[in-house]
Design a binder for this molecule. Structure first.
Ligand SMILES: *Cc1c(COP(=O)(O)O)cnc(C)c1O
Length: 361
């Protein structure tokens, strides 16, 4: 009992990375994205497992995240997506991180503060979020020849037929082909989705995140997480009585109800309530429930998600369980995400810091 446990299967993580590596071209390096504390699963543990398995390059969102990775993967190269901000100067120096510089201003500041320290660059090929525009990049060619990696990011790689993919690929080539021809600077365009788009998108390095963690668009991924929530109390609710806030779920027959110790403050996002309440279910596209599993048996969540609690119909169980699973190989992050009109990435990264994490092999 006590707190909920987020179990991370490091073997499944390693298998997913190896499978994505096998899907990428033979001379393409398969790096790993461990931003947002390893998609909520613990960046040091995730990175050191992959490092042990031979991964040499990691990507994070912010410099402090890079520091944590570098501590456990001392000989790795760590790139920072957000590029260079002055307040992170000490962190970049002490941990020998490389920024992916995003603008002429970041490049100038990096050179002024860091001299000839290594850096990568991020180019905007159509997403309009981060990176040098084509004209800006052309203007800094004398500096770009000293970069270690040229990257860009695809906006629609989870949709193989989306014309954005080919358009961004073309822009990336146009911006970088001649420079790379002369310098052999490495290039990276693909995240998980791009890795699955095929060899045109692989270049020298692919950098998957979500696929390693068991999420779409990598359909063949093995489940990495099991989320186990303790049962605090169980009770009979009589026909006609209601459960939870708003009295939004009402029993149409006598029902055994378990109250579990995790809620929206723990990443079980509250919009999941809609499919768990008979008053609200009409608003959802389908009637599929969200389930909590006890010894492999699915029991539907009922009533609204509270801050620290959810309620579950356990009438079908012979004995009251001590704990139930919200995420496992049967009920994946993407299944839960679809019930909440979001994506697996959000379900994973929302898994609160409140959970005790355990790592298995
Ligand atoms: C998050 C991110 C990735 C990894 O994306 P996945 O879809 O999780 O594989 C790669 N590159 C950039 C720039 C990112 O922001």
């Amino acid at each position: 009992m006590g707190t909920a446990t987020l179990q991370v299967n490091l073997t499944a993580l390693g298998n997913n990375h190896a499978a994505l590596d096998a899907r990428s071209s033979a001379d393409t390096e398969t790096a790993a994205v461990v931003k947002a504390d390893g998609y909520g699963l613990g960046a040091p543990q995730i990175a050191s497992e992959l490092y042990t398995r031979g991964v040499k390059t990691f990507f994070v969102a912010a410099a402090e995240e890079g520091e944590a990775v570098k501590k456990v993967c001392t000989d790795s190269t760590v790139y920072v997506f957000s590029g260079y901000m002055r307040e992170d100067a000490a962190c970049y120096q002490s941990s020998e991180l490389q920024p992916l510089l995003n603008s002429p201003e970041q490049l100038l500041q990096w050179k002024a503060d860091m001299g000839s320290r290594s850096f990568g660059m991020q180019l905007d090929t159509g997403m309009n979020r981060l990176g040098f525009e084509a004209d800006e990049f052309a203007a800094v060619a004398p500096d770009a020849v000293n970069s270690t990696l040229l990257t860009s990011h695809l906006a629609c790689s989870d949709e193989p037929d989306n014309p954005m993919n080919g358009g961004q690929l073309k822009n990336f080539r146009q911006m970088t082909d001649s420079l790379v021809h002369d310098t052999h600077i490495a290039r990276s365009l693909a995240a998980t989705g791009g890795t699955l788009l095929g060899p045109d998108y692989h270049f020298d390095m692919v950098r998957p995140g979500i696929g390693m963690y068991g999420g779409l668009p990598y359909k063949d991924a093995q489940a990495v997480v099991t989320l186990k929530l303790p049962v605090i109390q169980s009770r009979w609710v009589k026909q006609g009585e209601s459960v939870g806030y708003g009295a939004a779920w009402r029993a149409d027959k006598d029902t055994r109800v378990a109250t579990l110790a995790a809620g929206y403050a723990d990443g079980i996002i509250r919009s999941l309530s809609a499919i768990a309440c008979n008053a609200e279910v009409k608003n959802s596209d389908d009637n599929q429930s969200l389930y909590l599993y006890a010894d492999g048996k699915p029991c539907p969540m009922i009533g609204r998600v509270s801050m620290d609690m959810i309620t579950v119909d356990i009438t079908a169980l012979e004995v009251d369980p001590d704990a139930m699973e919200l995420l496992n190989a049967e009920q994946t992050i993407d299944y839960v995400a679809a019930r909440a009109a979001t994506i697996g990435y959000e379900i994973l990264t929302a898994c609160g810091a409140r959970y005790r994490r355990s790592y298995t092999r």
